[in-house]
Ligand binder design. Structure first.
Ligand SMILES: [Zn+2]
Length: 95
């Protein structure tokens, strides 16, 4: 089928994708993603303003112990905090 006969209608949606073709495009793409609102690490909900809570990820590598504090929304921070507190209480009760 020659290209001039292609018909993009509602029945056939074109494939949509994006990629950086060079370093300038990659820098522009990275900058626009960095300017976007931070997302909750647990539920991916956008967080308005500065995140008020964060998680703590700790892992060990040959280079030493690494940590990361990903942002959390208030609902996930509360749920994770209460779950951790409850598990701590259960461990104390069980000995
Ligand atoms: Zn969340």
């Amino acid at each position: 089928m020659p290209p001039e006969t292609l018909d993009f209608s509602d029945d056939v949606s074109p494939l949509v994708g994006s990629y950086a073709v060079d370093d300038v495009a990659l820098a522009a793409l990275t900058r626009s993603q960095a300017a976007a609102a931070p997302l909750c690490h647990a539920c991916d909900a956008p967080i308005a303003g500065t995140p008020q809570a964060s998680g703590l990820l700790v892992w060990a590598r040959r280079e030493g112990i690494q940590t990361e504090e990903p942002p959390l929304c208030s609902a996930c921070a509360t749920a994770i905090g209460l779950t951790a507190l409850r598990r701590w209480q259960l461990e104390d009760e069980e000995g």
